[in-house]
Design a protein around this ligand. Sequence first.
Ligand code: NAP
Ligand code: GDD
Length: 343
Amino acid sequence: MVKTALITGITGQDGSYLTEFLLQKDYEVHGIIRRASTFNTERLDHLYMDPHEEKRKLFLHYGDLSDAGQLTNLVYNTQPDEIYNLAAQSHVRVSFDLPEYTGDITALGTTRFLEAIRKSGADTKFYQASSSEMFGDSPPPQNENSSFRPRSPYAAAKLYSYWMTANYREAYNIFACNGILFNHESPRRGETFVTRKITMALAKIKLGLQDKLYLGNLEAKRDWGYARDYVEAMWLMLQQDEPDDYVIATGETHSVKEFLDEAFDYAGLDWQEYVEIDSRYFRPTEVDVLIGDAGKVRKKLGWKPKVGFKELVRLMVDADLKKEELRQHGYANHKRDEDYVVP
Ligand code: NAP
Ligand code: GDD
């Protein structure tokens, strides 16, 4: 039997890797995309299948986490075996500027989805993209038993979704799991998250196209893993007999400064000559240290990360350097990172 998955946030970093992963497993994949005045499917372009293709396995539908009626229609019409709720206003700094919108999408959007499952009576498993940001200033290392002390509107919204997912599991017996994922990056990472911001700027600096990089707090420490590894953990959670919540992390932490050291050293440059601090990138409240203890997922699901910190930094630098070089040679629309880097 061919399995069917429905993915929100399919156009994002994780959505694109998860789609690749599921297509390789022969799933039929349905993704929800937002209508936009410009194309927002760049990360999926290499997977796109013409609607006239007979053996099409990837289907995109318009929808939005603000539109409960359409979510119910899509769950009802696709009758998925698995739902992955990856959509969110996912930027922590932006959530301080847009606290209400972040609550509407990142928090209430999950409830709309859970209600869509309940009302449509679909027999489906549900994955919720929860976040290590929910731990806030809870002392590291953080695991499934650590207290949640959210320090941003984004984290508070994710925490609401975390508890709603747990509640629907208990109240309505829905197979619903929270993946509490620590930061994970890749050449497809959004361009305003710190790792990608650094590797993109570094590529331009290396090619003499830029001479300054403005950043905020360089002391913050994150547990950075590779996104491609992490989507496998999402899938594994939904293949179990019982639903549960799992921390996904590498167990290592590095500061933003250490990321700069690693990236610029690799490119043969000294970041201190280029980086300047701009207070606009500071957050009103910061999460200082995240270190995940992923012992539970390792023991119960046998999952562990394959790519470490150094390798992650290097593959991101390599990909952005290649991209920038190609752009200089006029390949502006040559966008698939597979063409630049073989991870
Ligand atoms: P991302 O690249 O920012 O992607 C977010 C996705 O959500 C995009 O596809 C975006 O669509 C979609 N989206 C935003 N608002 C929407 C709305 N109102 N309705 C429907 N779709 C909407 O995020 P990511 O890094 O892949 O992360 C995936 C999920 O995991 C997010 O929920 C994030 O908060 C969570 N998470 C991420 C990390 C991490 O380190 N990456 C760690 C823990 C948890 P557009 O393309 O149209 O903008
Ligand atoms: N974005 C950004 N831009 N962050 C900066 C900058 C900058 O110029 N300078 C320093 N930082 C610091 C931030 O203050 C933060 O401490 C750290 O770099 C990481 O910031 P982001 O890359 O924006 O990620 P995040 O940790 O806030 O959030 C990401 O990870 C969460 C999981 O812990 C996002 O992917 C969230 O969606 C995810 O839930």
